[in-house]
Write a protein that binds this ligand. Structure first.
Ligand code: MN
Length: 296
């Protein structure tokens, strides 16, 4: 069995906020079908308008937003206008094509923290019709000193109502101080662990925010110890085993597909619909570089 591996997240910026991008990074493209992981905050807005992400399209994925602090207002081209608050999930299925915007409602909390992830749709479903679902019924329970929220999947005898299309799990673990737990892992899943707040000892090694810890392939358990308030995100899933190509907001399989959707979106094609009510410009897609290749 190979050892656990660790990957530094990249610092980036989304809608006026500094974020840490933990997926994809060099050497790690996918964890199950999870193909993108941004940790937003915890931060206080410097711009009083808060978060501002203008209308932009997606294909081939589900966007999965797990709100921890503050709030975001989502609008999409299916006509959904939905606030998301702490402990809630927004799940947007792009499939063949959708567009959405994300902004801070006015007025809004000065603080924000969220995890925004993308789930690559499997090839057989990636052109499915777009959809949107909001969930405020996420399971929360206490286990070995941790408050455990289960935004997606099955864990410790609990099950999330959030519907995804490949076997996945996402778990938020919050410790108030001194705590220690050994969590069961599925040997047929791959996993990643990110500290969102505080710090923790994960598999006997200190883990700070901004580093993704990936347990060894086939590992059956994960140990976490905390000596201070800490929050961790555990994600996992069955390996997708498909060649997935990410560029900008697209999840595709080859470069010609990305060239096509880039041209269509920038020309205002009806494939993605239109987002109503956002006070600002839509985002244009950059030209894809020549020679893009899919990566596993
Ligand atoms: Mn988006």
């Amino acid at each position: 069995m190979q050892n656990a591996t660790r990957f530094p997240a990249r610092n980036s910026e989304v809608g006026g906020l500094g974020i840490r991008r933990a997926l994809p990074v060099a050497g790690k493209r996918l964890i199950g079908a999870w193909c993108f992981l941004d940790h937003i905050g915890p931060a206080k807005f410097s711009d009083p308008r808060g978060l501002r992400v203008g209308p932009h399209p997606h294909i081939g994925l589900q966007t999965f937003t797990w709100m921890i602090d503050g709030e975001i207002l989502h609008r999409d081209s299916l006509g959904y206008v939905q606030h998301i608050r702490p402990g809630q999930v927004n799940l947007m299925t792009a499939g063949h094509g959708i567009a959405h915007s994300e902004e801070s409602p006015q007025p809004h909390s000065p603080h924000i923290q969220a995890a925004q992830l993308w789930i690559a749709l499997p090839d057989r479903l990636r052109n499915m019709p777009p959809a949107f679902a909001h969930h405020h019924d996420i399971p929360v329970f206490v286990h070995e000193g941790f408050t455990v929220s289960l935004p997606v999947g099955e864990f410790l005898g609990h099950r999330s109502p959030v519907e995804v299309h490949t076997p996945l799990v996402g778990v938020d673990l919050l410790s108030a101080g001194l705590a220690s737990v050994t969590l069961p892992l599925r040997a047929d899943f791959e996993y990643g662990v990110l500290v969102l707040e505080g710090s923790a000892e994960v598999d006997d090694e200190r883990l700070e925010p901004g580093v993704l810890h990936c347990p060894a392939t086939g590992a059956k358990a994960l140990t976490i110890r905390t000596t201070e308030r800490a929050r961790l995100l555990l994600i996992g899933g069955e390996p997708l085993n498909e060649n997935v190509l990410l560029f900008w907001n697209w999840v595709a399989r080859d470069a010609s597909e990305i060239a096509d959707v880039t041209r269509l979106w920038n020309a205002g094609d009806a494939r993605f619909g239109s987002v109503r009510g956002y006070d600002g410009e839509r985002l244009l897609a950059p030209e894809p570089p020549a020679g893009m290749k899919p990566a596993r």
